[in-house]
Design a protein around this ligand. Structure first.
Ligand SMILES: Nc1ncnc2c1ncn2[C@@H]1O[C@H](COP(=O)(O)OP(=O)(O)O)[C@@H](O)[C@H]1O
Ligand SMILES: [Mg+2]
Length: 239
């Protein structure tokens, strides 16, 4: 890809760190109990665990949609719930999130959905056109740039959501089951996009219950079960 490497570190330390984190839903289960986790810069992790284990909940703590009932979350070295409120949008702009349910804007074309993070960041129109088209080509949607989300299949919408999540070159990419709606060939292509962005400097966390996919890449996994996380190094991966 023609994305340029950004110069200079914008922060030091881990990309994201959880210290003694508990998440308990009101009238619901305690999903996370005393979770400690640190994600170094430019690392790549799978996030696994049975359905209902709390993968989506854990990611939503990292993208600041939820606040832990106990413990601390640091993003790019800053304690997010201690930081001034004005810092939160700044920290959020360094994140790229692929939601399990996509969350595309239905009144905007695929192109405009993907362009949104760049427009918010005030990118110039030439850069924007080039980067958005390039990404949509990468995910195989060059012929659907002007389609509305409702005119696209679930798999195509998922690919728009991925392109939108990464177009502004986030320092941390959080992807919730990003290959859940596509076939194996497209899944591998999307994985190569995440791998490429990781090589260019992003940390990546991919929640998945696709063991096939996990086995094909030499990346460690964060496994979530019964409210606890364990980190496992890859066992003889064969990419
Ligand atoms: N907003 C919520 N209120 C109450 N319980 C919730 C809420 N969201 C998720 N849960 C519960 O938390 C647990 C973890 O859910 P989730 O994070 O979606 O798991 P996963 O992504 O691993 O399937 C489940 O038992 C789910 O029912
Ligand atoms: Mg989930």
């Amino acid at each position: 890809m023609a994305f340029s490497r950004k110069k200079g570190a914008e922060f030091t330390g881990d990309t994201v760190a959880l210290e003694g984190v508990e998440l308990r839903y009101e009238d619901g289960p305690r999903v996370l109990a005393d979770v400690n986790l640190s994600i170094p810069q430019q690392s790549f992790y799978f996030l696994t665990g049975p359905s209902g284990a709390g993968k989506t909940s854990l990611l939503s703590l990292m993208y600041l949609a939820k606040r832990p009932t106990q413990g601390r979350i640091k993003l790019f070295g800053e304690d997010v719930w201690e930081a001034k409120r004005a810092r939160l949008p700044v920290l959020r702009r360094r994140l790229g999130v692929v939601f399990q349910d996509f969350r595309l804007l239905d009144h905007m074309t695929a192109f405009d959905n993907v362009a949104l993070p760049l427009r918010v960041a005030g990118a110039g129109e030439i850069t924007l056109q080039r980067n958005v088209s390039e990404l949509l080509k990468w995910v195989g949607l060059e012929d659907s740039m002007n389609a509305l989300p409702t005119q696209l299949s679930g798999g195509q919408q998922q690919r728009v959501a991925i392109a939108r999540a990464v177009v502004h070159r986030p320092k941390l990419i959080l992807a919730d089951e990003p290959t859940g709606n596509v076939d194996d060939t497209i899944a591998m292509r999307l994985m190569m996009l995440f791998v490429e962005l990781n090589k260019l400097g992003s940390s990546v966390i991919i929640a998945t219950h696709n063991e096939h996919l996990v086995a094909r890449f030499p990346f460690p996994r964060i496994h979530l079960e019964n409210g606890k996380v364990t980190v496992h190094e890859p066992a003889g991966a064969n990419p």
